[in-house]
Design a protein around this ligand. Structure first.
Ligand code: ADP
Ligand code: ADP
Length: 229
């Protein structure tokens, strides 16, 4: 589903943030990318979403090469990725359901179809009874559920989660990770979780890559990789 071949990113000024990264993530996998601050995690995310091009190498999402695709094909590849953030950034003036509906409105989805989709998404994340609540009326975990539903609105095939639980306590973290796993099971999506916390990886990931100073130090099935750490 996601393939990186010899991907490097050198920022103007000469900082090498990614140094010949090879990575292969299969469809339906939950893959963790772990690294300390400065390891290159944010850079990797920006390259994967196509926000910032890699300096060299190849990134392929579901068969589409991000470096060579143009126009409609590139848009289509980008829409395969839904993003979940540490700080959910909901619109405070909008209820949970309207936050979830927002990307659908922007995409011009007709109202009746939007409503059907939003109902389905609220059900998927277990928030149907909170649909009319504003962000200020929701707990941290509930806000993250809204964020996950919003990320799924455009029916992506990949959920790219950037420190999804770093702002949450440990009980809520477990609930959110268990939700992410059940979404993978129900929807068959591929999940990439970027984190600095090994505990998150142990709890949920099938496979993991350790990123350090822009290089993948180890990558493989969870049990093989954590044996040596
Ligand atoms: P992480 O997300 O793991 O903390 P980053 O991808 O943010 O790591 O950073 C990796 C390296 O690239 C760091 O040395 C950082 O200082 C550098 N870096 C990140 N963004 C930029 C930028 N826009 N310009 C120059 N250097 C950057
Ligand atoms: P307003 O005119 O106040 O913006 P709308 O009725 O046009 O309100 O709805 C705005 C958004 O909220 C739309 O995207 C719509 O799909 C969504 N929405 C409104 N009511 C519901 C509902 N009951 N369930 C799901 N989504 C809803």
């Amino acid at each position: 589903m996601i393939e990186l071949r010899a991907v490097s990113k050198v920022y103007p000024g000469g900082v090498t943030a990614l140094d010949s990264v090879d990575l292969s993530i299969g469809a339906g996998e939950i893959h963790g990318i772990v690294g300390r601050s400065g390891a290159g995690k944010s850079t990797l995310i920006r390259c994967l979403t196509g926000l910032d091009p890699a300096t060299s190498g190849e990134i392929t999402i579901d068969g589409v090469n991000l470096g060579t695709a143009r126009g409609a094909a590139l848009m289509k590849a980008r829409r395969k990725i839904g993003m979940v953030f540490q700080h959910v950034n909901l619109l405070d003036s909008r209820t949970a359901e309207k936050n979830i509906a927002h990307p659908l409105e922007v995409a011009g989805v007709p109202a009746a179809e939007r409503k059907r989709r939003v109902d389905e998404l609220l059900e998927l994340v277990g928030l149907s009874d909170r649909r009319k609540n504003y962000p200020a009326q929701l707990s941290g975990g509930q806000k993250q559920r809204v964020g996950i539903a919003r990320a799924l609105a455009a029916e992506p095939r990949v959920l790219l989660c950037d420190e999804p639980t770093s702002a949450l306590d440990s009980a809520t973290t477990r609930q959110i990770l268990s939700l992410i796993r059940s979404l993978r099971d129900r929807l068959g999506i591929t999940v990439v979780i970027i984190t600095h916390e090994m505990s998150v990886v142990r709890e949920i990931c099938d496979s993991v890559s350790l990123l350090s100073e822009g290089r993948i130090e180890r990558s493989g099935p969870l049990l093989e990789v954590i044996q040596d750490t």
